[in-house]
Design a protein around this ligand. Structure first.
Ligand SMILES: [Zn+2]
Length: 460
């Protein structure tokens, strides 16, 4: 059982549960670098698999670029360097000798990829180019590190596309928004998406769209970003093509970034006092079978295990004999396994299966019927998690009509005119940051001019 309740003591609960359940091991002796034990890594890999599928359904192809970037290549886009300069790790020596040219350990891969894109792209026939890669990136974070949320070695999923026009790049952004929606459904994590204010966009981007989700602590977590680069990178990296009329033009580009923060959001949004709840679509173990010792139970449990495995369910049969069934129930609940089967003498004699959903509820049915319904049962848990999380998140975000009086810790909607001076007032009076603007209009809470609906929150 977790030591704390996420509703009242989120931070301690989070730090405890991720290590206790085997998602991470924080004992590695370098700050911000964590070990992925089997359970955590399997979860990440299953999420990656879903992401790969969604990217490829939209015409992306997977690539792999080197993790070291020459200084001269890194330094070409001024805004980009400025944005990352305090966060990069430098490699200055090879063995005992100083390198002729220093190397950057990639904090993101624009500057690794784009010089090569400029060689790959010659004519409009080479466009659009849609690539993604799943790699680790390194950022020298100076703020307090926190597993899966702010780390120095990040499991990173980055999409990079190149187009013949701004309009075509805009269509890509619409596709990316749809890809992101599918990923979020796989992990049953609701979010709010909107345009970041200019001062918060990605270094070098024309504009940035961010998706944020919200934790019981009241803080928001950025879990996906999509960037329109226009030709901001194409110019310094000379990504040019010859169009239908023989004119040479600069290309337009977009990127899309997701990270291991997806795991943080699964933990933070679905977890409860008993531990994790992992959505069935990505759960390393979807079903656990706990035998309750009795005549014929071992054979019957193994039969069920084999049947489930043969229909591609990720199933575990817990035959450890040093633990009681009750202890095992708690153990698997804590690890967030969505469905538990309890198999005892009665189940054997009646040919039934008794199951308990991690989201609540227990029932029995004939084995044959269960095998027939198991996939829809798992999908039912998935959608229960999703709708429960949506309700919770909606309850966190309240409209704020005045900046006077007491303002609580939770996120709000306000209307904001877009002026930095008004943003400063909002941020100062609430202690929250402007996250993003979304659809909806009203009077700016500071100056009264026409404003857009804007989400403000304390951030991770
Ligand atoms: Zn204003």
């Amino acid at each position: 059982m977790a030591k704390e309740d996420p509703e009242t003591n989120f931070s301690e609960w989070y730090n405890d549960i991720i290590e206790r359940t085997g998602l991470t091991d924080k004992r590695y002796p370098v700050k911000g670098l964590n070990v992925w034990p089997p359970y955590g890594w399997k979860l990440m890999r299953l999420i990656d698999e879903r992401i790969r599928k969604h990217f490829e359904d939209f015409g992306y192809q997977e690539v792999y670029f080197p993790s070291l970037i020459p200084k001269s290549q890194f330094n070409k886009e001024a805004e980009h360097i400025k944005g990352f300069t305090s966060e990069v790790y430098w490699i200055t020596k090879g063995g005992d000798s100083e390198l002729d040219e220093q190397l950057v350990l990639r904090p993101t891969s624009e500057t690794a990829m784009y010089p090569i894109f400029s060689l790959w792209i010659r004519s409009h026939a080479d466009l659009p180019l849609k690539t993604y890669q799943i790699v680790n990136v390194f950022r020298y974070e100076t703020k307090q590190t926190r597993t899966f949320i702010r780390v120095r070695e990040i499991h990173f999923i980055e999409g990079h596309t190149v187009h013949d026009s701004y309009e075509d790049a805009e269509k890509q952004i619409a596709d990316d928004i749809e890809i992101w929606k599918r990923v979020s459904e796989d992990i049953a994590v609701p979010y709010i998406m909107g345009k970041r204010p200019d001062w918060d966009k990605f270094p070098g981007a024309y504009y940035t769209i961010g998706a944020d989700t919200f934790f019981p602590s009241g803080r928001s977590l950025q879990i996906a970003t999509i960037h329109q680069y226009k030709d901001n990178f194409a110019k310094p990296y000379e990504i040019k093509f010859v169009d239908e009329n023989g004119n040479t033009k600069y290309a337009h580009q977009t990127t899309f970034g997701i990270s291991e923060r997806l795991i943080a959001s699964i933990v933070g949004i679905h977890g409860d006092k008993k531990g994790l709840i992992i959505p069935p679509r990505v759960a390393p173990i979807q079903i656990v079978i706990v035998p309750i010792p009795g005549e014929g139970v071992t054979e019957y449990s193994r039969e069920i295990f084999e049947e489930l495995e043969s229909i591609k369910i990720r199933v575990k049969l817990d035959e450890r004999d040093q633990y009681t069934p009750g202890w095992k129930f708690n153990d698997w609940e804590e690890k967030g396994v969505p469905l538990r089967l309890e198999i005892g003498k009665r189940e054997v004699s009646e040919g039934k299966i008794t199951y308990a959903k991690r989201t609540g509820g227990k029932a029995s049915m004939p084995k044959e019927e269960f095998m027939h319904k198991v996939n829809s049962l798992l999908e039912e848990i998935q959608s229960e998690l999703y709708s429960r999380a949506k309700e919770r998140i909606n309850s966190y975000i309240k409209p704020l009509h005045s900046l006077e009086g007491e303002i609580d810790f939770y996120p709000n909607y306000v209307y904001w005119c877009g002026e930095k001076s008004c943003a400063n007032v909002i941020e100062e009076k609430t202690g929250k940051s402007i996250l993003s603007t979304t659809e909806g209009f009203g009077k700016c809470i500071v100056c009264g001019r026409e404003g857009q609906k804007t989400i403000i929150s304390k951030k991770y």
